[in-house]
Design a protein around this ligand. Structure first.
Ligand code: AIR
Length: 178
């Protein structure tokens, strides 16, 4: 299953986007909403796929080979439980991989965090926080990495930072109406 930005659902990979987001289950998609919104906010082309490293290993290998060949710049992998998907992505591509540990299991995402962050030397995964907060930061981190070679995107990253910085509220009265 593949979801492409700018259209509904499609298996047709005619134009490969800049970022490929891969998650282990359809049940992960809701948590990744913030990631998609952040990427959209920066104007980064992306597509999302549901391909489990454990349930569909051959499909994952084929997809990464296709995406690599088509010019995807960066992968974002997200999974819960024994979350090996980001690590397997990093084993299959030389492009940067950002890993999002998801918090669906009985261990609250600590299981996924350990699985994503504890990669062996030589197979790096840039791991963000567990769950929805990490999903948003995966989008922001992707933007910062891609901005190194994209001045227009770098400008949008700076605009975001400036907007965020302007949101400080010194000496508020929390008793007043919000
Ligand atoms: N998962 C799927 N294949 C391997 C793993 N680790 C993860 C999914 C999801 C969780 O298992 O990423 O977070 C539960 O998946 P499901 O499909 O049973 O809801």
């Amino acid at each position: 299953m593949s979801l492409r930005s700018g259209s509904a659902r499609s298996r047709i990979l005619s134009v490969m986007p800049t970022v490929a987001v891969v998650c282990g289950s359809r049940s992960d998609l809701a948590t990744l909403k913030g990631c998609f919104e952040v990427l959209d906010g920066y104007g980064i082309e992306w597509e999302a796929s549901v391909i489990s490293a454990h349930r569909q290993p051959e499909a994952l290998r084929a997809y990464v080979a296709e995406a690599d060949a088509a010019g995807v710049q960066l992968f974002i992998g997200a999974a819960g439980l024994a979350a090996h998907l980001p690590g397997v992505l990093a084993s299959l591509t030389a492009r940067p991989v950002i890993g999002i540990p998801l918090d669906g299991g009985s261990l609250g995402g600590a299981d996924a965090l350990y699985a994503v962050v504890q990669m062996p030397p030589g197979v790096p995964v840039a791991t963000v926080a567990i769950g929805a907060a990490g999903a948003k930061n995966a989008g922001h981190l992707a933007a910062r990495i891609l901005a190194l070679a994209d001045p227009a995107l770098a400008s949008r990253v700076e605009t975001f930072r400036a907007d965020q910085a302007s949101g400080a509220e010194p000496r508020i009265d929390p008793r007043a109406a919000s």
